[in-house]
Design a protein around this ligand. Sequence first.
Ligand code: ADP
Length: 218
Amino acid sequence: MNLIIFGPPGSGKGTYATRLETKLGTTPIAMGDIFREAIKQGTPLGKKVESYLKSGQLVPDDLVIEVLKEKINQKKGEKGFILDGFPRTIAQAEALEKIAKIDAIINLQVPEWIIVARLSSRRICKNCGAVYNILYLKPKREGICDVCGGPLYQREDDTEKVIKDRIKVYEKQTQPLLEYYKNKVPFVSFKCEELDLPPEKAVEEILKGMRKIGLYEG
Ligand code: ADP
């Protein structure tokens, strides 16, 4: 089973994708994480994408598609994958059609005030990428990852100005994908209206939706 988890920045794509893996077995493939790791390692890919991530603009399609193809080959587990942060443009969606069949789209709907509040207080583990929030999804020890003990940091693009630009980019370039997929792939929609909704609750709702369309039996 191959899934896309879709939604604006800060809608919880990465948080839910990692939690869904334990239920569905789908390996998460997170484009943003792949790019951030490449930047950290100083690889040629990292050098090419750094300025885009810093400013919240999209990395050019041909480069993203090339990276995705490679990652799908390397990472797909036996039970398929869940794409987080791909596709983000119509051209990427068209390319994906030639690479893999998608069984469902998990569509996260989150109002802008929640996005801004979440992203500006988000912290991430430098080691393992686990996501926290200093307002409501706090680590047990301040600044330290519960999972691996690594240090937490704030993403460079989680500043107010870049958050606003990322939302604009989403609305202009990525949101049109909802129309593109409307009659092509089944949707599991999840609407979040509380800032501090525990991720487990969101995952439960998503799984209910998956059950309805026959993709989850738990
Ligand atoms: P978020 O969804 O919170 O904005 P991501 O970690 O998914 O964050 O993405 C961070 C950045 O990585 C984006 O702002 C963009 O620069 C780049 N990026 C990630 N995925 C893609 C993609 N599919 N196409 C183009 N750029 C991407």
